[in-house]
Design a protein around this ligand. Structure first.
Ligand SMILES: Nc1nc(=O)c2c([nH]1)NC[C@@H]1CN(c3ccc(C(=O)N[C@@H](CCC(=O)O)C(=O)O)cc3)C=[N+]21
Length: 297
């Protein structure tokens, strides 16, 4: 058996289509054009690519895109002052400060300075708490939300009772992923670098979400036949004799595809869905701020 390869690009395009329709309705009915501000500190080439893609897709969905590029040496208080201006700018409904930030800046401090109502990343402790307490109004982080949407599609909405293993315990992916799967009534296990006998644990899972940051760590013989495997990893690897770096996930795709029921490729899996969910969150945030109902929730 070979796995169904989940087309994240196509799923993202469908979601962006819905977002675009909702944006035109908001513009027509309420003169409300959702706006997203993205703040990038430093000039990491990969981050620049993501920020450019986000900006392009925001505009394509009919939304306002604002980009702020700050020098890598920007003092923390200047970044905090910018966040404050964006918090108070009525044209801005969503704020994303691209992570990671340079070492001299206190990341948590910056994330906590963002108005929770504009926190489209869902990283503010208020939104983390809302997600953890099962508040349906919680702004959920984009990457785990994209994974959840793809999983729902694979299981025809019936995630209830599935054994889900999340590998990775980061605040950005692992922990919120576990919360979202719990909300779907999965039986959730979180594994991490100190987990004992990860392969054996993995073989019990109907759903595996790999967010380890270790290229091709999850092997084919870890996977229960028919399981659905979501690969969150994005590792840029240079292979010998090749000029360009290649994108590799946290899953050994060629092995897993022989065993799994379905799996996501890298690229073209989780990444595109992450950006589509960011647009979605921005529209939802704009509706909440204006006090109008949103067709996307
Ligand atoms: N505050 C914050 N929020 C984020 O959501 C955030 C962040 N910081 N920092 C960096 C990571 C990374 N991230 C990606 C989004 C899309 C792709 C994506 O579309 N990837 C394409 C490939 C792109 C390529 O070729 O490099 C794909 O997987 O098909 C990748 C990575 C969001 N992040």
């Amino acid at each position: 058996m070979t796995a169904n390869i989940i087309d994240g690009k196509a799923a993202a395009e469908r979601l962006r289509q819905q977002v675009g329709l909702e944006v035109s309705r908001l513009v027509t009915e309420y003169q409300l054009q959702p706006g997203l501000a993205v703040v990038l500190v430093g000039d990491d080439p990969a981050s620049q690519v993501y920020v450019r893609n986000k900006g392009r897709q925001t505009v394509a969905a009919g939304m306002l895109s604002l980009e702020h590029k700050l020098d890598v040496a920007v003092p923390e208080n200047e970044l905090l002052a910018l966040v404050d201006r964006l918090n108070n700018d009525p044209a801005v409904h969503g704020i994303l400060v691209q992570l990671p930030l340079p070492g001299h800046i206190d990341e948590q401090r910056v994330l906590q300075a963002i108005d929770p109502a504009k926190d489209v990343d869902g990283f503010h402790p208020a939104n983390v708490g809302r997600l953890a307490t099962g508040d349906p109004a919680a702004m959920a982080p984009c990457t785990p939300m994209g994974c959840t949407l793809m999983l729902r599609e694979q299981f025809d909405g019936a995630l209830c009772g599935q054994n889900a293993l999340v590998i990775g315990r980061s605040n950005i992916v692992g922990k919120p992923m576990a919360q979202l799967l719990l909300r779907e009534s999965c039986t959730v296990t979180i594994a991490h670098s100190r987990t004992r006998d990860l392969p054996a644990l993995c073989r019990q899972a109907d759903i595996v979400v790999a967010a380890t940051g270790r290229p091709e760590m999850v092997r084919g013989d870890w996977i229960k036949p028919g399981a659905v495997v979501i690969d969150v990893g994005i590792n840029r690897i240079r292979f010998e004799g090749e000029e360009k770096a290649r994108l590799v996930g946290d899953v050994a795709f060629d092995e897993v595809v022989e065993v799994a029921g379905a799996t996501t490729p890298v690229p073209g899996g989780v990444g595109p869905m992450t950006i589509a969910c960011l647009l979605r969150n921005t529209v939802v945030a704009a509706c909440l701020q204006r006090g109008v109902s949103c067709g996307l929730v």
